[in-house]
Every structure is written in C-alpha cells, then in structure tokens.
Design a protein around this ligand. Structure first.
Ligand SMILES: *[C@@H]1O[C@H](CO)[C@@H](O)[C@H](O)[C@H]1NC(C)=O
Ligand SMILES: *[C@@H]1O[C@H](CO)[C@@H](O)[C@H](O)[C@H]1NC(C)=O
Ligand SMILES: *[C@@H]1O[C@H](CO)[C@@H](O)[C@H](O)[C@H]1NC(C)=O
Ligand SMILES: *[C@@H]1O[C@H](CO)[C@@H](O)[C@H](O)[C@H]1NC(C)=O
Ligand SMILES: *[C@@H]1O[C@H](CO)[C@@H](O)[C@H](O)[C@H]1NC(C)=O
Ligand SMILES: *[C@@H]1O[C@H](CO)[C@@H](O)[C@H](O)[C@H]1NC(C)=O
Ligand SMILES: *[C@@H]1O[C@H](CO)[C@@H](O)[C@H](O)[C@H]1NC(C)=O
Ligand SMILES: *[C@@H]1O[C@H](CO)[C@@H](O)[C@H](O)[C@H]1NC(C)=O
Ligand SMILES: *[C@@H]1O[C@H](CO)[C@@H](O)[C@H](O)[C@H]1NC(C)=O
Ligand SMILES: *[C@@H]1O[C@H](CO)[C@@H](O)[C@H](O)[C@H]1NC(C)=O
Ligand SMILES: *[C@@H]1O[C@H](CO)[C@@H](O)[C@H](O)[C@H]1NC(C)=O
Ligand SMILES: *[C@@H]1O[C@H](CO)[C@@H](O)[C@H](O)[C@H]1NC(C)=O
Length: 754
C-alpha cells in the first residue's frame, strides 16, 4: 500500500532538469561539440552503426561488449535521419507541460543579480518555436541534432527539476572518459588546480616515483576554461557547484548509480549526455601530454544493425510505446559495504548509504558528531529506516558526549520533501517550519483543482477511503493551509490567481503537517512534532552555533528546503566546499530551490483523473495531455519533469522565488588532496573552521585571514599513514569505483535526478 500511496497521491514525480534556446552554446566549447549542423557519417569500414555492432559482437563472443569507442557511436547516432513529422508533433505535445514550469515567465527576464552571478535568461516557449521553424527550414541535420537542441534548450534553464532527455540524447548511447579528475589545493590555502585523481591516489596509497603535475590544458584549451564550459551542461544553477560536479567526489560515489558517478567529466550525472569527442588530450604543467580514447555506453542490442535507418526502425518509437529492453551491462556498483570508499565505519547505519551517523576521528574532535545525509530518500521501502537512523543517532551522540554536529549534505539532490521537514523537527522541535510555496497558475491546474475539490468534498476528510486519492492531493483545497496557518475555504481561494512580478501564481500555501494524510505524502512516516508524534517537543538538540552544514553546492530540492529552515529559522551556519579556482565567496546551495517536481506522467494522470471525475472538462485544455508522445520519446530512465512549486522565504515582500536568490555561504574551504580520499580530513577542516581558534575560511567572514593565494601546480608526497595491506585495500575500493555510472532509479517529490 505504501509504495502505491506515494506514487498515486503525492505527485511525486521524478525530477529531471534542462532548457533550450536557439542552442545556447557556451563560449569556446571543447572541440567536437554537437551543433545543429552535424558531421558526415564515416564510411571507411562500412556504415558507422555497423561499426558499433562490430565493436559489440565482432569477435563472435556471446557476451556483448556494451562499451565502444565514442567516435563510432557518435557517427552512428548522427546517421539517424530526422523524422521531422515526429519532431514537430513532439514539440507541440510537450508545450502543455511547459506551462506547469513555475519559473517559465521569470526565466525570460530573471532578476538582475541572478543574471549577473548565476545564469542568463532563457525563453523556453520561444526556443521551442524556433526549433520548429528550424525544422521547417531544413536546418536540423538529423535526429540527434534535433534531440540535442531540445535537450539543451530545457537544460539551459538550469533548474534541476526541469528536464527532457530525448531518446536520441540519452536513449541509445551515453558518453564517458575514464580519467576522473579532482580540483585541489595543496594545503587548503593555495588556489586549487586540476589533477588526475589517480595521481592523488598514488600519492596517498602507492609509492609513486614522479611528482604529480596539474592538468594545464585539455584538448589544447586552458583546463579551467575547458572545464567551466563543460560544467555548464550540468543540472545545477550555481557555477561553483557546477564546477565541483565535474570531479571525483567520495560523497557522490557513495550514492552508487544514483549519484553523479566519478564526476561529469567522466560521464557521470549530466556528463553522460555530453559527447566528449573521440579522444581527450591532457597537457600537464610539467609538459607531459597524454591522449585517451573516449567511450560510449550502448544501451541497446545492436546485433544485425547496420545503418542509422536500422537503428531508427529498431529503437526509436516515433509514435508508439517502446518495446525495448535495456542492455544488461549493469556492473553492480552499489557499494556493498555500509559506507563508500573514503568513509569510516558509521556509528549509526542508515539504508543504502543515504544517511549515516559518524564521530569525527582525532583527539581534538572528541565532541564532534557528523550526520552525513547525501540524499533525502526516494525509495519507498527505505523511508522508515531513513527516519529511524537520525532518531537513533542524535540521542546516542548526545549520550556519548558530542556537543557539536556537522550536517554533511554533500551530493544531496533531495528526496522526500517531508523527510526534510522531519529531520529539521528532530533537531529543532521548538520551531515551526515555514516553507511557503506556489504554482504557476494555468488553466489545467484550475480545472484539475475544481474537479478534485468537488470530489473530495463529497464526504468529510478521512471519512470515506474511496475519496482518499482526491483528498490527499494538493488539488483538494482542504489540503494545505494559508501562510497564516488557516484553512482555505474554497478552490477559488487556493487557486487565486495572484499576479506577482508579471506572472500569475496560485495563492501561497504551506503544508499542514497535522493533516491526517501527511503520512501519505511523506512516504509513510509520521512527521516529528505533528500528528501521532505531536508529543515530541522541547529545546533544540544542539545549539544552533554548535551545528554547521557542509555542502559541495550540490544541494537541490528537499536539501534546499531543509537548509532554508536550518539557516533562516534556526540560524545555523554553512560551509561550502570547493568551487572554481578563485578567492571569492561562494554559495552553499547551488541546486534547484524549487520545492516540488512533477513527472510528465503524473501531470498526465492528474489531467485524466480530473476528466474522469468531471466529464464536462473532456474537451478542455486537459485534452492536450492525452498524447503519449512526450513520454515515449523521452529516454528510458530519465523521467521528463517540471518544477511545479516555487519556494518563498519567510517574511518575503519581493515575490521572488528562492530559485533566483543568490546567497553566499558563511565560509568556504578548498578541497585538499586528503579530502578527496578521506572524508574525516574534510570533517576536521570543517570543525576547525566553525569551532577552532584559527579561522580558516577562504571566502566569507574570515577571508582576511588568508594572505597568500599561490596556485597549486604540483602535489608533494603525502606520508603513508597506513600499512601497505590497508593501502592496497583502499586503493582497490577507489579503483573499483571508476566503473561507476549514473543510472538513477530513485524517485521522490523533491528530488533532482543526477
Ligand atoms: C557506405 O558503406 C556502405 C556499405 O559498405 C555502402 O553501401 C554505401 O554505399 C557507402 N556510402 C557511401 C556514401 O560511401
Ligand atoms: C570520421 O571522419 C571525420 C572526418 O574525416 C574524423 O574527424 C573523425 O574522427 C572520424 N571518426 C571516426 C570515428 O573515425
Ligand atoms: C515518423 O514518425 C511518424 C509519427 O509521427 C511515423 O508515423 C512514421 O512512421 C515515422 N517515419 C519513419 C521513417 O519512421
Ligand atoms: C608529469 O605529470 C604527469 C601528471 O601528474 C605525470 O603522469 C608524469 O609522469 C609527469 N612527467 C614527468 C616527466 O615527471
Ligand atoms: C584516438 O586515440 C587513439 C589512441 O588512444 C588513436 O589510435 C586514434 O587515432 C585517436 N583518434 C583520433 C580521431 O584522434
Ligand atoms: C464513499 O464514496 C464513494 C464515492 O463517492 C461512494 O460511492 C460510496 O458510497 C461512499 N461510501 C460511503 C460509506 O459513504
Ligand atoms: C492574471 O490573471 C488575471 C485574471 O485571470 C488576468 O486578468 C491577468 O491578465 C493575468 N495576468 C497575467 C500577467 O497573466
Ligand atoms: C490541518 O489538519 C488537521 C487534521 O486534519 C485539521 O484538524 C486542521 O484544521 C488542519 N489545519 C488547517 C489550518 O487546515
Ligand atoms: C497514516 O496514518 C493513519 C492513522 O494516523 C493510518 O491509519 C494509516 O494507515 C497511515 N498511512 C500510511 C500510508 O502509513
Ligand atoms: C510519542 O508518542 C509515540 C507514539 O504515539 C511514542 O512511541 C513515543 O514514545 C512518544 N514520545 C515521547 C517523547 O513521549
Ligand atoms: C519573520 O518575522 C518574524 C516576526 O518579526 C520573526 O520572528 C522571524 O524570525 C522572521 N523569520 C525569518 C526567517 O526571518
Ligand atoms: C611504500 O614504501 C615504504 C618504504 O619503502 C614501505 O614501507 C611501504 O609499505 C610502501 N607502501 C606501499 C603502499 O607500497
């Protein structure tokens, strides 16, 4: 019952993100980037798709090789001809979903500070029209060129909940490089530079004989410029967070396939959709160069396929449901140990590495506990175990004499919204989480709300279980409450619309956490402080100044809700790790601050349900959600979705959604080589920065304490602190993680897909 409840009522869609404008090309791209006008297929040894087939089955093996050279896969996918009819129909049929994107209007002309410091404007609807006219004008060379233009239009909104990954972009091939990178500062003070992660591993766990040297150029472009450009294809909005996401990071690796793998540069996360060229050439600061061949993962069986037409016929579903089965190349990458590489054994172990409690190791840190929360859980069967972990760990840490708490939110793309509320209430039982949100008013929402509210009103709330799916939905006006904590009195009151800064929105609402249906939206847990757990009250578990939040900027969705409560309502400080190689202050929260996503499939089913309950609206705008094409033409495993709810801060008078608000972290720390292989060294640095006597922040309040900012160009040998057997074991656990890819099956009503 629980999994169903979650899917059927809460509108949990999965989240995805993206954007296109007239293909917004970042300046100075890495070479061989996809353009609307694409290259010819090579024909030297037969059609490119035959070469892919040959690479998979060529030696007569019965076990197909699902990893092939990137260059031939690129030529193959570009030999699939454009089906202009289907492309035009797709552009038309996704438009109704775009109306639900809460920031649709603001994206065209965002607040000045956002444009200056975060991302440029984008006109989504205009971009869709432009793409349609490019097709008519014969400017779209092939199916992939169409898919990429559509993908990047949505992706350029830099909203992690807003994405559409067409079949041609993510459904046939995904891309990668097998050299993970890190950006580190030699001593935490020098400006960071980029290194091959294997060099850092070598320093730490092998007796390497050379001195690792920084990556100066990639494909003959200055390395930082190349990487900043590539990072813009990521799912976050903040540029420092996007930069961090390129690199190997143990917090992401610990999430297994649900994280961004070994970084966007290697094809993890959104990097899997960006063609890396056939090869990559590194030029190191010491003058050495190295060229590697890039790879493609093939998602389907290519046996017997020769041409782009063959691939289209077999694997593109221009109008019908796909019958395809996905390639079974799954290397099991989920970490079998309780923690991923670089982590100690937890004191309290949560499910699937989504939450764990630790104590910082080291004599000077005996009073510091760590709650590591890289996700707010989207797996319905893990919800209770997730909540239980913090319920056990917080009191245990207090009993064990821990007076300080680091909340490590690195890699946290969100999860279940009310788990974020719950964890906040576990820490601050005396505070009432604010959390106002609004939808972008559109006719479909109004009609769905009328239909649901009418049905929900047939009987008192909770009195008739056959009304539960209507009554537990946002679309019943009895659900949620006003910002003053009062009930809504009608759907018309809840819908509004309210005109704010040039667009119409629904009336601001807050979750009614005492509602009898709360445990449905929460995936089955009772929220601390409300309903059956209303008896949990009292003072904060840790003083706000004895808590610090650590992020890598990859904090999105439910993570941003949780962080907003802790920082604004409780006054907890933040530390942001990494960022671009400069001395500036950076943001702690770099991912989507919208507070709810809907999958296209959820919107479609809400529209159909509204028609079923009120057949009078059969001919209305709701009919435009009947077409399945947008679902069929999205690539498997990357559910298309929109951000439906803006988050608004408490006491706001501007009407500007949090998504467009720029907020610096209280402290910034660079990653050091140690921190990329040992999380304990990161936690110690965070504890020192927050509670130590020697302020060590790069930016923010303590920045004056930093004097010299030389650039790191080489790494000094690290002392081997462990036995060689232990070093070997650690090395192997890291090297095994190099196989990791992103293939996320988590869902959640507040989760950003990697
Ligand atoms: C490409 O190769 C195929 C098979 O070898 C051949 O039939 C076709 O004519 C070639 N096309 C061109 C343009 O050379
Ligand atoms: C195909 O040919 C183009 C131009 O001749 C070349 O740049 C590209 O590397 C070739 N691709 C492969 C996979 O060999
Ligand atoms: C192109 O797509 C349309 C559906 O829009 C479909 O009927 C047609 O068969 C497709 N053409 C090819 C060549 O697959
Ligand atoms: C230069 O640096 C690279 C990257 O660290 C390393 O692989 C190579 O061995 C170094 N070359 C020399 C000559 O030291
Ligand atoms: C890519 O690198 C491989 C060696 O790793 C080399 O054989 C091949 O010619 C290169 N291809 C291109 C297009 O540079
Ligand atoms: C519950 O509601 C359904 C739908 O309106 C109705 O058919 C049914 O009779 C109701 N049950 C009770 C016990 O009132
Ligand atoms: C907002 O809605 C009202 C009432 O439906 C309408 O008159 C007004 O033009 C709308 N404003 C915008 C900016 O769409
Ligand atoms: C919240 O839900 C509870 C339980 O259903 C209800 O008693 C209360 O009136 C609701 N609060 C508001 C403000 O609607
Ligand atoms: C929610 O709580 C109610 C009672 O408080 C209970 O009857 C119901 O089974 C719970 N639902 C879920 C999904 O846990
Ligand atoms: C609160 O109530 C729940 C059950 O409703 C019970 O399990 C728990 O022990 C109570 N907690 C406190 C602090 O009284
Ligand atoms: C909002 O204003 C109230 C009343 O002045 C104040 O108590 C509260 O702390 C403010 N909240 C925030 C987040 O600033
Ligand atoms: C590195 O060298 C030292 C001294 O030669 C040796 O004791 C240690 O076992 C070596 N470590 C590894 C991981 O090989």
């Amino acid at each position: 019952m629980k999994p169903f409840a979650l899917l059927a009522f809460a509108g949990l869609g999965s989240l995805v993100q993206s954007t296109p404008v007239a293909p917004a090309q970042p300046r100075s791209l890495p070479r061989a980037r996809p353009h609307l006008h694409t290259r010819q297929t090579n024909n030297s040894s037969g059609p490119a798709c035959a070469q892919v087939s040959q690479a998979m089955y060529g030696d007569g093996t019965t076990v197909a090789n699902y990893v092939v050279p990137a260059g031939i896969a690129w030529d193959c996918i570009n030999s699939v001809p454009l089906n202009a009819t289907s492309a035009k129909l797709l552009l038309t049929s996704i438009k109704p979903y775009m109306e639900w994107q809460s920031t649709l209007t603001v994206l065209k002309d965002p607040p000045a500070e956002y444009v200056e410091k975060v991302q440029p404007a984008v006109d989504i609807m205009g971009g869709l029209d432009k793409l349609a006219s490019d097709i008519d004008a014969g400017k779209v060379a092939n199916e992939y060129a169409f898919g990429w233009a559509l993908y990047t239009l949505i992706q350029s909104a830099h909203d992690g909940h807003f994405s559409y990954v067409p079949d041609s972009v993510g459904g046939i091939f995904t891309w990668g490089r097998d050299v993970p990178l890190v950006s580190v500062s030699e001593d935490g003070e020098q400006l960071p530079s980029v290194f091959a992660f294997e060099d850092v591993l070598g320093l730490q766990y092998k007796n390497i004989s050379y001195t690792p040297s920084a990556v100066a150029k990639i494909d003959n472009v200055d390395a930082t410029e190349f990487l900043e450009t590539l990072s813009q294809f990521g799912g976050l909005q903040d540029r420092d967070a996007l930069y961090n996401n390129l690199f190997y990071e143990i917090a992401q690796v610990g999430l297994g396939e649900a994280g961004s793998g070994t970084g966007m540069f290697t094809g993890g996360g959104r990097g899997r959709f960006v063609y890396p060229g056939a090869n990559t050439t590194f030029t190191f600061a010491n003058g050495t160069t190295r060229t590697i061949q890039n790879f493609a993962r093939v998602r389907y069986n290519f046996r017997g396929l020769n041409t782009g037409e063959d691939v289209a016929k077999q694997w593109f579903t221009y109008g019908m449901a796909a019958s395809a089965e996905v390639a079974s190349d799954t290397v099991s990458t989920a970490t079998s140990k309780s923690s991923g590489p670089g982590y100690p054994e937890p004191v309290s172990i949560g499910p699937l590495n989504l939450i764990n409690g630790y104590y910082v190791e080291g004599n000077d840190y005996k009073d510091v506990a760590v709650l590591s929360v890289p996700n707010f859980v989207g797996n319905s069967y893990a919800q209770e175990a997730f909540q239980k972990t913090s319920q056990e760990f917080i009191p245990k840490a207090l009993v064990d004499g821990k007076t300080k708490l680091i909340i490590d939110l690195q890699a946290n793309g969100g999860g279940t919204i009310l788990q974020g509320y719950d964890l906040f209430k576990q820490l601050f039982p005396d505070l009432d989480p604010y959390g106002a949100s609004r939808y972008r008013a559109n006719e479909a929402i109004d009609l769905i709300g009328q239909s649901y509210s009418q049905r929900a009103s047939l009987a008192p709330r909770g009195s008739n279980s056959s009304l539960a799916s209507a009554q537990s939905s946002y679309f019943d006006y009895h659900t949620d409450m006003t910002v003053e904590g009062k009930p809504f009195t009608s759907w018309a009151e809840k819908y509004g619309p309210q005109e704010v800064n040039g667009d119409n929105y629904t009336t601001l609402e807050r979750w009614n956490l005492s509602d009898i249906y709360t445990n449905i939206s929460s995936g089955g847990i009772d929220v601390t402080g409300y309903g059956p757990l209303a008896n949990i009250t009292g003072p904060p578990k840790f003083k706000p100044e004895n808590i610090v939040i650590v992020t890598d900027g990859y904090c999105a969705s439910t993570c941003t809700i949780f962080t907003e409560f802790l920082t604004k309502q409780a006054g907890v400080k933040t530390i942001a790790m990494g960022g671009r190689s400069n001395k500036n202050a950076i943001q702690a929260v770099g991912g989507v601050k919208g507070v709810n996503n809907y999958a296209f499939g959820y919107i479609q089913s809400a529209a159909q349900t509204a028609i079923r309950w009120n057949p009078a609206v059969n001919e209305s705008v709701l009919a435009s959600y009947k077409d399945d094409l947008p679902l069929y033409r999205a690539s498997n495993g990357a559910s298309p979705g929109v951000n439906v709810r803006d988050g608004l801060p408490q006491n706001d008078t501007s009407g500007i959604a949090l998504q467009f608000v720029y907020e610096e972290a209280d402290c910034r720390l660079y990653y050091t080589p140690e921190m990329t292989v040992d999380i304990n060294s990161l936690w110690k640095a965070a504890a020192d920065a927050q509670w130590g006597s020697s302020g060590k922040c790069v930016g923010g309040n303590n920045s004056q304490k930093r004097s010299n900012h030389l650039v790191t160009t080489k790494l000094k040998p690290r002392r081997v602190q462990v036995s060689s057997a232990v070093a070997m074991e650690k090395l192997q656990s890291f090297e095994k993680s190099f196989q990791l890819k992103t293939e996320c099956h988590m869902t959640g009503d507040g989760f950003m897909h990697p």
